[in-house]
Unconditional design. Structure first.
Length: 136
């Protein structure tokens, strides 16, 4: 699982065993040092092309010096704010050939949302509370 780091993120939001991070915005040097100290197993950091362009060069060199791979990715769209379990239940019902209305009646998720989830099931972002979680 990939955890996102934004301006609002605190160090306690990032688990110690984290190996992959996604920077939503450029990170300041002191925050990056704290992240690297807390996550010694960090292998890969992803960010948008524009974020990498705005990231201070010293920070990029610091990441490369620690052996962290930097990857640019385009992750478009707003994250889906629905519990992962509920999303899986909805998709499983559709795989079992349940109608949109039947899934709506059983789960309480509108038929439009059910159709959207089915169409974009390969979506990589899920919103959990205030955190955005990136799935592989």
């Amino acid at each position: 699982m990939i955890f996102s780091v934004s301006i609002e993120s605190t160090l306690r939001d990032i688990p110690k065993e984290c190996q992959n991070l996604h920077f939503v915005r450029p990170v300041k040097k002191d925050k990056l040092e704290q992240i690297l100290k807390k996550c010694p197993n960090l292998e890969k950091v992803s960010m948008s092309k524009s974020c990498l362009g705005r990231m201070p060069k010293k920070n990029v060199k610091m990441l490369e010096g620690k052996g962290v791979q930097i990857e640019t990715q385009a992750r478009q769209g707003r994250p889906i704010s629905m519990p992962l379990e509920k999303m899986q239940h909805v998709l499983e019902m559709r795989k079992d050939y349940q109608s949109l209305r039947e899934v709506e009646r059983v789960t309480g998720v509108s038929k439009s949302t059910v159709h959207y989830l089915e169409k974009y099931a390969k979506r990589a972002k899920i919103k959990s509370g205030r955190k955005v979680i990136y799935l592989k």
